[in-house]
Design a protein around this ligand. Structure first.
Ligand code: HEC
Length: 108
């Protein structure tokens, strides 16, 4: 049942936004957990950082979305947490991981 839900979610997402397969989504979720992104982000609820659905909405229809997010995820910009404190955002080194995560975030 869980797998079915995941597959139908991926198909629904793919139909309206970027092509994404259940496998991509699975790989992205694993990465988010492994890199501790889930400490500050979730798909649909804002935590210390914005929900990925919010990020996707912000970049919807923007041609430079991937370029902007690639820069964001590789250059550690200063970000403000919701408690008002500031810190450098986590940066990723592996370009493949960056691409996978951006595609996933923008598909939410
Ligand atoms: C310590 C908390 C924290 C962690 C860990 C964290 N983030 Fe964030 N993230 C934030 C905050 C806060 C913002 C909001 C930045 C802003 O709007 O200025 C943000 C913003 C973002 C954005 C949107 C950028 C934009 O231009 O709107 C993306 C995408 C993102 N994070 C992805 C990730 C990924 C992927 C990881 C794991 C590698 C991660 N974050 C780990 C706190 C965090």
């Amino acid at each position: 049942m869980k797998v079915l839900t995941l597959i139908s979610t991926a198909i629904a997402t793919a139909a309206f936004t970027l092509p994404a397969t259940a496998q991509d989504a699975d790989a992205a979720m694993k990465l988010l957990k492994a890199e501790n992104c889930t400490k500050c982000h979730s798909i649909d609820k804002s935590k210390k950082g914005p929900a990925y659905q919010k990020v996707a909405a912000k970049y919807k229809g923007k041609a430079d979305a991937e370029a902007k997010l690639t820069e964001f995820l590789t250059k550690s910009p200063k970000v403000k947490l919701d408690d008002g404190s500031e810190e450098e955002h986590k940066a990723l080194k592996d370009p493949k991981a960056v691409a996978t995560l951006i595609k996933f975030v923008l598909a939410q």
